[in-house]
Design a protein. Sequence first.
Length: 216
Amino acid sequence: MPLERVLAHCQDIATATPLPVKADFQQGYAAEPEGVAENVARCVATGVAGLSIEDATGSETPSLFERELAIERIRAARAAIDSSGHPVVLTARCEAWLVGDAGPLQTALDRLVAYADAGADCLYAPGVRAPNEIEEIVKAVHPKPVNVLVGSSATGFTVPKLADLGVRRISVGSALSRAAWGAVERAARRILDDGMFDGLDGAAPFSELNEIFERT
């Protein structure tokens, strides 16, 4: 999505709820630190309570920003937040697992420690699933908190188990909406293929949905 639409969307959500809103701000919608700083300042102005900056370029080669440039980008985001005077949480992401890095754990450990030193409040390496690797990341950036992404393939994880590993924030990304769409697809397929409506069991009552939307 283009930057202007993202900023408008952030403002709509931040205005609609009293809860803190965290923006997945991609790569900051700029390559150079100066552009990242400018765009982060605009994102903060929408009213978000947190935002993340990732180190993926969006291209196949190179798939990650060069290490020193990636660090400077986090430092620029930190400076923009501090200049705003708002206590916005800055999450720095290392995309090593998501881009197919040859040695994702070592890349993530090296970069996340550097991002913490550059001013990130929270560290995040989406895609890490092995408990021992999560624990290594937690120890490497301590005392700063680590975020872990839990999706449909993260079988075996529970909130207490992640807490025991030292994780202090958990994201589910698009998993909740994909779970909902999966239920829709299975129910529709059951009707189409078998002529059965039991896939509609467990549907949320109108009264509950109306109550939710009345509150928002």
